[in-house]
Design a protein around this ligand. Sequence first.
Ligand code: CTP
Ligand code: MN
Ligand code: MN
Ligand code: MN
Length: 371
Amino acid sequence: ATVSPPTPVATVSQYACQRRTTLENHNKIFTEAFEVLAESYEFNMNEGQCLAFRRAASVLKSLPWAVLSLGATQDLPCLGQHTKKVMEEVLYYGRSFEVDNILSDERFQTLKLFTSVFGVGPKTAEKWYCRGLRSFSDILADRSIHLNRMQQSGFLHYGDISRAVSKAEALSLRNIIDGAVHAITPAAAVALTGGFRRGKEFGHDVDFIVTTPELGKEDRLLLNIIDGLKRQGLLLYCDYQASTFDMAKLPNHRFKAMDNFSKCFLILRLESSQVEGGLHSVEGDSRGWRAVRVDLVSPPLDRYAFALMGWTGSRQFQRDLRRFARAERRMLLDNHALYDKNKKEFLAASTEKDIFAHLGLEYIEPWQRNA
Ligand code: CTP
Ligand code: MN
Ligand code: MN
Ligand code: MN
């Protein structure tokens, strides 16, 4: 009789940067529940538990199979008692009662609504909630509340920018930015990054990296692009941040949302006639245009690979790249640079492949970084 060898089961790494995560999620019923819990912990400023649920969701997203029993999760990393209890509920009842309770909680619902406005973070939302405010009309009617410029634009364009941006709209915006850039200098280049580079069909915004071969001209380039968009009547909102990049500084392994490159957070006017197949939003199309959130970042050319890596995301993938670099390689990585603490030197990279190679990691394609 032939004895079949034991089926080799590939072990799943605790690091997202050692997993290939496509957009095909076989475990949505669990990951959607985990995302609600993570968000709830985020609102309660419990960073540890928030991250634990995001990590657990990320592990399940990477699996090419659906979890059908708790037993199947035995060898998976990052799944603690609490996550398994939630999975058990979902497996047996098709829902998690803990998640249902959160979803029907007034505080959660209100904070979720308020933070859906561009420029409103958890702290501001909490402050408004504590004042007894529960709806947008409550906020807009309260004379004692001062909205900053970003929040004013957030409310003004709420309908448009809370609606997803389609791939076709993103590509149309690339043409527009490309045109603005080449009117300034033919030597500059534009690259689509963020979720669309990872292959997503929809996003909450569109992210671009613009570069010029002349070192030190990054700020100027971005200001010129903004000026060009303004003259075309496309600029609805602009928050420009000049570069504070210091090339001598060591990378910050902490995953903060911000890097020090020259960048701007925009709301642009997108004409229906410029989008193949029209605008994604039905309502917007009857008006002939819609507002879209666009991010532009302009790193010095020698930092392009690090910026592209960081801005391609996903957040969880980038978080784990940094955690892996520090814990497993004694290296510090951020959107600007990679530093080897053993050799006490910066490691240069001109492509993302160089960065993976420095870290001793297999190359992971952008569409496999949907951790
Ligand atoms: N990012 C960053 N610094 C910022 C803003 C964003 O490094 N100041 C990075 C984030 O870490 C993320 C990527 O840029 O990995 C894209 O951010 P974002 O647009 O928020 O997310 P997407 O993955 O593009 O998702 P979506 O489709 O919802 O826009
Ligand atoms: Mn599959
Ligand atoms: Mn994005
Ligand atoms: Mn963005």
